[in-house]
Design a protein around this ligand. Structure first.
Ligand code: ADP
Length: 429
């Protein structure tokens, strides 16, 4: 069964956002379902996330109703952003609530998740109570969503039963991730439209987001592991630690790129050449990518001959292959197969990484290796990325006396080809 079918929240085909599709099957357990929703949020445009989140929760928790309200502190009102009914259909509930006087307003300004009597809040939520069947749920769970210092949104869920502590923690985790993604999406739009902002300002904003996402996930996973240990449920701990390690690896790779870029800018980025097996270096990158970025929505097909011994800096060249793999995954749709191929090429070696993704328009191909450059299609596809990976990769390969070529057409995938000599370049001898 495909991941897509299991999720019930489908990835859109190009140009055709689809976040309303009903799930085709019910998951075996709530935690699995919530984890999948959490993964599906990544890279979505900010405006799609509230519906995706609430619809996903209605399905996963078999809710009566889920809504997301936004707090406007200037006017002291709570505005309904989206309300989803028992069958995952959006419910019209326009209007504003007094943030100071209403129960929902108080919950939104609170610091903690609460479970309260559902009946009390139904009228406030629906604004038109007579049109909705009564007894949608007896419990209301309100999750205030903090954005920096201020609680700015409220996620509200109507249920037929109380949620367990673990379920609450998972809902909070998914909700926090939704806020991060919404903010990331909003900032991506701002950074792509606001020409007056300096590159440095944009870069810091992007960097903060790139760090925040894995760190939010890390904190959530550690909290859940602690909770499992307290309950003596050790079976869940290895999975949580595994995810935590993956998230740490993501941060480490990011920091590595920052450090390399800084060395490049200061002119002190030089490889330490040793005679090593290029195939092993490539495998190390593939394994790192599989641990950190390749979800069960992407597959890597690796074709390598026997050993290819040559002079290179294994650490730096591994990072080149890893960066290219990160991009191949990031810019390809779910279900995409990424082909990795290494072969001898005269006196040198040729390594290609080919993806079936969005591709790169011809007019952008000359710019993609420039520092901090992020392509227009790339920004639309998903708002991740600092625009450093290709700059560092190209520079690393050139310091080895090699070149990187790109072959691509918009909408038809991309192929990055690394040509490396196997003998040390003259300057390094
Ligand atoms: P980023 O962090 O934005 O991915 P990179 O330097 O790695 O930075 O890439 C620069 C730009 O090149 C990306 O923003 C994207 O537009 C484009 N790009 C890189 N790799 C691919 C790919 N495999 N498919 C499509 N576009 C790509």
């Amino acid at each position: 069964m495909s991941e897509q079918a299991a999720n019930g929240v489908q990835h859109p085909a190009a140009g055709e956002p689809n976040i309303r599709r009903k799930p085709s099957m019910v998951p075996s357990s709530v935690p699995v379902a919530l984890n999948r929703i959490s993964r599906d949020l990544v890279g979505r445009p900010a405006h799609e996330i509230p519906l995706l989140l609430t619809e996903g929760l209605v399905w996963a928790l078999r809710l009566g109703l889920a809504g997301l309200w936004e707090h406007d502190p200037a006017r002291a009102v709570l505005r309904c952003r989206v309300l989803v009914g028992p069958f995952g259909e959006p419910v019209p509930a326009q209007g504003e609530l007094d943030a100071a006087q209403t129960e929902l307003g108080k919950l939104a300004r609170g610091a903690h998740t609460v479970q309260v009597d559902g009946e009390k809040l139904l009228a406030e939520v629906l604004l038109m109570p007579e049109t909705i069947p009564p007894k949608l749920g007896t419990v209301f769970v309100g999750v205030p969503l903090w954005d920096g210092e201020q609680p700015r949104r409220l996620l509200g869920l109507f249920l037929g039963r109380r949620l367990s502590v673990d379920e609450i923690a998972l809902v909070e985790l998914v909700a926090r991730q939704a806020v991060t993604e919404m903010r990331r999406g909003a900032d991506a739009v701002e950074s792509s439209t606001d020409e007056s902002e300096s590159t440095a300002v944009n870069f810091i904003a992007l960097l903060a987001h790139e760090l925040r996402t894995p760190l939010t996930g890390l904190r959530g996973n550690i909290q859940l592991a602690e909770m499992a240990v307290r309950k003596g449920d050790y079976s869940r701990v290895p999975g949580r630690l595994d995810t935590s390690r993956r998230l740490i690896d993501t941060v480490v790779a990011l920091v590595q790129n920052l450090q390399d870029m800084s060395r490049l800018e200061r002119g002190i980025f030089t490889p330490t050449l040793v005679s090593a097996n290029l195939t092993t270096t490539l495998w190390n990158a593939v394994q790192r990518a599989e641990r950190t970025i390749v979800s069960d929505q992407h597959a890597l097909m690796v074709q390598v001959p026997g050993p290819i011994i040559g002079w290179h800096d294994p650490h730096q060249i591994e990072q080149v292959f890893y960066n290219l793999l990160v991009n191949a995954v990031a810019y390809s749709p779910a279900g995409g197969v990424i082909q990795v191929r290494a072969e001898r090429d005269g006196d040198g070696a040729r390594v290609s990484i080919t993806d079936p993704g969005i591709g790169i328009p011809p007019e952008e191909q000359a710019s993609i290796f420039a520092p901090y450059y992020r392509g227009a299609l790339g920004r639309q596809a998903q708002s991740k990325g600092l625009g450093l990976g290709l700059t560092i990769s190209q520079s690393t390969v050139e310091h080895h006396g090699g070149v990187i070529d790109v072959q691509s057409r918009a909408g038809e995938g991309a192929s990055f080809i690394v040509h490396l000599p196997l003998t040390p370049p003259r300057s390094a001898e």
